[in-house]
Design a protein. Structure first.
Length: 181
């Protein structure tokens, strides 16, 4: 496992008590990337209890995660096997440096043919779909229809736009990893 801590840590001063706190801001892009690469979070509780959570289970909704008061996201490990897989990445934003409207990462294991597709930005939390082999276009579309009932809706993209781009990029990734793009 390779450690990766996708955090921006800012030193903030508490005005009333003049004590310094570390404020941890998780970054969506890093969360998406680590979800696509099968990241595992190590969380240390206030009582010292250590627990491990898959990154796609770490984020539970829009601005929500599994951290309890006093918890610390200590590190995110990426399995070396995930880093050896063939991968494809697609991202779109309405503005050059703006928040993503859709971000997809696909991986293909050369040894067993397992295909995984991670969808984020268009959804409230990262979703990873695992197939025993690269699916056909109809199977992939049916899985996305069934497993993503609601797409995110905000100023960075309508649900219709996000759905279109998610399906478009999913098919592009599928074809690229098949070697047909």
């Amino acid at each position: 496992m390779l450690p990766l801590v996708p955090l921006v840590i800012q030193d903030l001063e508490h005005r009333n008590r003049r004590r310094k706190y570390l404020h941890v801001v998780t970054r969506r892009t890093e969360i998406s990337l680590t979800a696509g690469l099968e990241g595992i979070c190590t969380i240390v509780g206030r009582d010292g209890d250590v627990r491990r959570v898959a990154i796609e289970d770490f984020v539970t909704g829009n601005h929500q995660n599994v951290l309890r008061p006093g918890d610390l996201l200590r590190k995110i490990d990426l399995p070396a096997t995930a880093l050896r897989k063939r991968s494809a990445f697609r991202r779109i934003s309405l503005t050059h440096l703006g928040r993503s409207a859709a971000l997809l990462i696909g991986t293909l294991d050369a040894h067993d043919g397992v295909f995984m597709l991670t969808v984020s930005a268009s959804t409230e939390r990262p979703l990873r779909f695992k197939f025993p082999q690269i699916p056909g276009v109809d199977e992939l579309r049916a899985t996305l229809d069934r497993e993503i009932p609601v797409l995110f809706d905000d100023v960075h993209g309508t649900p219709e736009y996000r759905k279109h781009m998610t399906y478009f990029y999913a098919e592009e990734i599928r074809r690229e990893l098949l070697g047909r793009l």
